[in-house]
Design a protein around this ligand. Structure first.
Ligand code: COA
Length: 263
């Protein structure tokens, strides 16, 4: 599949690793309406493209992952437009979360507002030492509109989320790691390498199992424990009928590495 965009760079590497770079470094990769439209198209294509098995999302340059929604555009939005744009943006980030393939945010600097929300929609976050993550919307007289008020407390707990959301002050990489907002902190020059290594480790496992793990966790977080466990059991049952499960268990018993087909 051809991935050609105005504001994104996409490289599909061997083994199905796609690296998506938000590419507006002169505006600290702010999420203009064009970036959002292109993110939607990219993730729709990743879903269909069997050559893509997992995604790394990062920002161009050494300073910012994504410094938020485009404040120039925000400044002129009416109330009705604001609601529609927030709903649309939430839908686009839901696509990231529900891709069915692992998505890692490689947070290479400022991840503010919509940038923080994009990182939160990814499944795992690796940060460089210079990362600063937060939701400064309240300083603009706004709140998060792309899922931040919902995903942040689910990830770090209500009290820590509210401190970040209500002060608008970003946390640095060490603090983000301490509170579980990022999974790992690495030197900036190792960020993509480490993110890729983590993704490749995941991709060594059964593809259908990865997809159903994401489904069980994403769907389950919106359910009661009982309903979530019921959903888990259904997915477990379906996996028992897959070639991947046959191959994975057989390979273990034969003391060899599994060769998964994703079927
Ligand atoms: N939307 C639009 N443009 C943005 C932007 C955003 N969210 N964030 C940064 N930019 C632009 C700046 O306007 C500037 O453009 P210019 O060179 O044409 O003037 C350029 O990116 C560089 O940013 P600058 O502010 O000069 O860099 P800095 O190092 O002094 O500060 C930040 C970096 C991240 C602290 C600062 O840019 C900032 O606070 N950005 C807004 C963050 C925010 O509130 N995001 C949430 C939006 S909902």
């Amino acid at each position: 599949m051809a991935y050609e965009f105005e504001t994104l760079k996409v490289e599909v590497k061997d083994g199905g690793v796609a690296v998506l770079t938000v590419n507006r470094p002169d505006k600290l990769n702010a999420l203009s309406s064009v970036v959002m439209r292109e993110l939607e198209a990219a993730f729709a294509a990743f879903r269909e493209d069997a050559a893509v098995r997992g995604v790394i999302v990062t920002g161009a340059g050494a300073k910012a992952f994504v410094a938020g929604a485009d404040i120039g555009e925000l400044a002129t939005q009416t109330s009705l437009q604001g609601r529609d744009i927030a709903r649309k943006g939430q839908g686009i980030f839901d696509r990231v979360e529900n891709l069915g393939k692992p998505v890692i945010a490689a947070v290479n600097g400022f991840a503010l507002g919509g940038g923080c929300e994009l990182a939160l929609a990814c499944h795992v976050r690796v940060a460089s030492e210079n990362a600063k993550i937060g939701t400064p919307e309240v300083k603009l007289g706004l709140i998060c509109g792309y899922g931040g008020t919902q995903r942040l407390p689910r990830l770090v707990g209500r009290g820590r989320a509210l401190e970040i959301l209500l002060t608008g002050d970003p946390v640095d990489a060490a603090e983000a790691y301490r509170i579980g907002l990022v999974n790992k902190v690495v030197p900036q020059d190792k960020l993509l390498e480490e993110s890729e290594a983590l993704l490749r480790k995941m991709l060594g496992n059964g593809p259908v199992a990865l997809r159903y793990t994401l489904d069980a966790v994403n769907a389950g977080l919106g359910m009661t424990l009982a309903d979530g466990q019921d959903h888990e059991a259904t997915l477990f049952g379906v996996l028992c009928a897959t070639d991947d499960k046959r191959e994975g268990t057989q390979a273990f018993l034969e003391k060899r590495k599994a060769a998964f087909s994703g079927k």
